[in-house]
Design a protein around this ligand. Structure first.
Ligand code: FDA
Length: 309
């Protein structure tokens, strides 16, 4: 039987559903819970609020899967404008950015080179204002290409970050390869629907793999970023940090904007470094559907809003 996640993520690729959902006021109302706004000033207002509360941010200008090189160049320009907007706030690495290479043309013919060419100036501008870029991870078919772009970028900017998904069978090996000095790795469970040939399909296997990969990263000399809302994973990270004598500024917990804010505040107040992933922009559809797909409670919240109108 197909899971809700499979059905939702499959439906997310259908243009008719996209048009129907994007048009409704209810969708917009629910989207506001997960997305900081459609414009840069709205996103910067959230940055000021969260950093004022001691929560660092990584900003995502929403967009993915571009099929036109002009859109890929527009993604680069949006990130350059974002970094220009962050510069006067002088937040350093407390405000970094996350990019999806598919928004930089990765899926186009010759797309890996194009994505590298377009993301490089973003990484350079980030370095110029004292901050970093993290490359989000998308479908499993893009992992080799994304890690190849990462390796190129890390030659000049070794603090460029990567994301690894514990759902993928290959990830423990990738974690070992990336557990090197200066390397920043966000470990997540994985938000995409992947076949059993490359991914664990059972939640318990994904969690067990997360724990193993976390062990590899926390033992290593890099900077682990624990991307999870799961109290079991955050608790494990804290225990491993204590066991390996990690300083509080040598790792961090990351959660999505609008999810478990009280826990983000509690962790930050207790001395754990916390960063919120803050998406903004008009192209929120793919991001929104992944949030509905990964948690039944999010889907129920959306359906309740629909029927209560
Ligand atoms: P999971 O959904 O497995 O839930 C486990 C437990 O956590 C729940 O039982 C509950 O106790 C608690 N929990 C979860 N959500 C909660 C909520 N809303 N309220 C209360 N409790 C909750 N994916 C990807 O493929 N590529 C990427 O680049 C990224 N990037 C990314 C950045 C950041 C900062 C985060 C946090 C996540 C991502 N992801 C991602 C998404 C990730 O792969 C995954 O889909 C989600 O984080 C959901 O998995 P969790 O580990 O958070 O908990």
């Amino acid at each position: 039987m197909l899971s809700t996640k499979t059905v939702l993520l499959g439906a997310s690729r259908r243009p008719a559903l996209r048009r129907a959902l994007v048009g409704t006021p209810v969708t917009r109302q629910v989207v506001q819970r997960f997305v900081a706004g459609e414009t840069l000033p709205e996103a910067l207002a959230v940055v000021r609020r969260l950093t004022g509360e001691g929560i660092a941010v990584t900003l995502d200008h929403l967009g993915e899967g571009v099929t036109d090189p002009a859109d890929a160049r527009a993604s680069r320009d949006a990130y350059l404008a974002l970094l220009d907007g962050l510069a006067p706030l002088e937040l350093g690495t407390d405000a970094e950015v996350s990019v999806k290479l598919s928004a930089f043309g990765q899926a186009l013919p010759g797309g890996q080179d194009l994505a590298l060419e377009l993301v490089r100036p973003v990484v350079e501008r980030a370095a110029a204002i004292g901050t970093t870029v993290t490359l989000d991870m998308e479908e499993s078919a893009t992992v080799d290409s994304t890690l190849a772009v990462l390796a190129e970028l890390r030659r000049d900017h070794p603090a460029t970050g990567a994301v690894l998904q514990s759902a993928l069978r290959r990830t423990e090996d990738d974690a070992r390869a990336l557990a090197v000095p200066g390397s920043r790795v966000r470990l997540v469970k994985g938000a995409y629907d992947e076949p059993a040939s490359v991914a664990f399909r059972d939640r318990r296997d994904v969690d067990a793999a997360y724990a193993r990969c976390l062990g590899v990263l926390m033992r290593g000399p890099g900077y682990p970023m624990v991307g999870s809302h799961d109290p079991a994973m955050v608790g494990l990270a804290q225990r491993l940090a204590a066991e390996y004598g990690r300083a509080p500024d040598s790792w961090e917990v990351q959660m999505l904007h609008g999810i478990r804010l009280d826990e983000q505040r509690r962790l930050a107040a207790s001395g754990t470094r916390v960063r919120a992933y803050v998406p903004y922009g008009v192209d929120w559809y793919g991001y929104f559907v992944r949030r509905l797909a990964e948690r039944p409670a999010n889907l129920r919240f959306f359906l309740r809003a629909l029927v209560s109108r």
